[in-house]
Ligand binder design. Structure first.
Ligand SMILES: [Zn+2]
Length: 68
């Protein structure tokens, strides 16, 4: 699973990578709010305040592997 976080206002990509919930063990990125904290809770492009309500969090399922 991969996860993407975009600013809802300007579509700036704020995070892309392994699903955040599954990274708990790494203690690097415990939750989405921590990612927003990396940006001081402010979008670097449009200056919009970043909260879980103003960002778009998408988690993607498995890609279509040819599993053989
Ligand atoms: Zn933005």
């Amino acid at each position: 699973m991969t996860e993407k976080i975009h600013c809802k206002k300007c579509s700036m990509l704020l995070y892309f990578g392994e699903e955040i919930k599954r990274r708990l063990y790494m203690r690097a990125i415990p939750c989405e709010e921590t990612v927003l904290g990396f940006y001081d809770n402010k979008c670097p492009r449009c200056g919009s305040k970043l909260t879980l309500k103003t960002v778009d969090v998408q988690t993607e399922g498995r890609k279509k592997y040819v599993a053989r």
